[in-house]
Design a protein around this ligand. Structure first.
Ligand code: GAL
Length: 423
């Protein structure tokens, strides 16, 4: 994987944190590992689960691991479990859940609580694919995110004439106008997962069939075809709108650049909106949310889900069930997602109290689900298993950083994915 020195420092810091505070689960507490550390938004979101558990008489041992996208958290979790000291519960994304579910004896079975709360009837089917393994419930989803969003500063957009871009060409026109107006057109943080988040959107904008066959089916023809080359060329074009200091910048710093008007827009999942709203900004007045041009009606999604690590301790087991039930309660789903910028991972809740972007997200989910246009995000671990995701990360980030041409990137991607299939 393409790892910058900055990322390495963050991973080492995450490890130190784990070992310094290494902790064995107490009878009255759950120890929860996650990466939701963004001030104001993610911290408040996770705080809403913590306070609901407190009302249920359950204490909270926080194990936050800094690092957007959850990569560091996943690494720390692996170290904890192989050291024989798993946390009570951990947040995971997509195929990482499946990997743990396949690990003999690692995860607790949540079937009885799932039955009681009718998870099968309320959780979107696209998420159930990851919440269940071999017919058993192993994870409780706390949010539903989509990654194909663009967050645009309203004044910066108005200064370009105010036309919301709905095609690639219109997007380029707005970016050019922002450049001419003297701001950074595209706010971006140079980390592989952030580059990949942009790539998800470009990919989907080139067609549902293309996204499905290249990213989900890993079909070599689609991976090596003309649309793939076009996708890399569009990435190279977007690279020209990013400022020089992008390397290693955290995603929430980028959000602030957009809310402050230093940058015109950010292509990012809806956790960005949590930070925007927390800064006191209002949808439609201060910022505009649009689906990445060309992806209207379709969604690339990801969802944070909590797994419970198997324990012999009866009190721990009881608290794990209570925690799963709290996660799926309407109250926690509402409070968590209002702060995080996402929407509930249940399809039976009203969107009335969400801002206009949240209401749009709820409608979009219902529509995309009905139309069969929901696709797992490659950037966030829901399109293909980790071994393939890391290949795409490597190539996309190397290309974005000018280490290979678009033609070389296509070739490298096809070859590496075919090699990985043989393992
Ligand atoms: C995503 C995750 C979100 C958010 C984001 C930034 O992968 O699903 O919950 O935290 O990373 O860290």
């Amino acid at each position: 994987m393409h790892i910058t020195i900055y990322t390495k420092v963050k991973v080492i810091a995450a490890f130190l944190l784990t070992y310094l505070f290494s902790y064995t689960a107490a009878a009255d507490k759950v120890e929860v590992l996650h990466w939701w550390t963004s001030k104001g938004s993610e911290e408040k979101a996770i705080g809403s689960l913590k306070s609901d558990l407190a009302k249920r008489g359950i204490g909270w041992q926080d194990m936050p691991i800094v690092g957007g996208g959850g990569g560091n958290s996943t690494t720390v979790l692996r170290a904890r479990v192989s050291g024989g000291n798993p946390p009570t519960s951990a947040a995971l994304l997509g195929y990482a859940i499946t990997d743990w579910a396949k690990t003999e004896g690692a995860l607790a079975n949540l079937n009885d609580i799932a039955e009681k709360q009718n998870w099968a009837g309320i959780i979107p089917k696209a998420l159930q694919k990851f919440s269940k393994h071999n017919g058993n419930w192993v994870a409780a989803p706390i949010d539903f995110h989509s990654t194909n969003w663009v967050w645009i500063n309203k004044s910066a957009l108005d200064a370009t004439g105010g036309k919301v871009p709905s095609t690639w060409e219109e997007l380029v026109t707005v970016l050019d106008a922002m450049k001419a107006n003297g701001i950074i057109p595209l706010g971006h943080g140079g980390e592989a997962w952030q580059e990949m988040t942009i790539f998800d959107s470009i990919f989907l904008s080139l067609g549902d069939d293309f996204y499905q066959s290249a990213f989900i089916d890993l079909d070599p023809k689609a991976l090596g075809g003309a649309k793939m080359l076009e996708a890399f060329n569009r990435m190279a074009k977007l690279r020209t709108y990013v400022d020089d200091d992008f390397s290693g910048r955290d995603w929430n710093i980028v959000v602030s650049m957009v809310t402050d008007g230093k940058a015109g827009m950010q292509i990012m999942g809806d956790w960005a909106k949590g930070v925007i709203l927390n800064a006191g900004k209002e949808a439609d007045k201060d910022f505009v949310c649009i689906r990445f041009p060309g992806t209207q009606g379709a969604i690339t999604f990801n969802s944070g889900q909590f797994v419970m690590f198997k324990s012999d301790n009866a009190e721990q087991q009881a608290m794990q069930k209570e925690m799963a039930s709290s996660i799926m309660s309407e109250k926690v789903q509402f409070n968590f997602n209002i702060h995080k910028g996402s929407i509930p991972a249940r399809t039976d809740m009203s969107g009335d109290n969400f801002d206009s972007c949240g209401q749009k997200a709820i409608k979009d989910l219902a529509q995309a689900d009905a139309d069969g246009r929901l696709y797992g995000s490659m950037a966030h671990g829901h399109a293909a298993p980790g071994e393939y995701q890391s290949i795409v990360y490597d190539v996309v980030t190397a290309h974005f950083n000018g280490e290979m041409t678009s033609e070389e990137a296509v070739e490298e991607l096809v070859a590496s994915i075919e090699d990985a299939k043989k393992l």
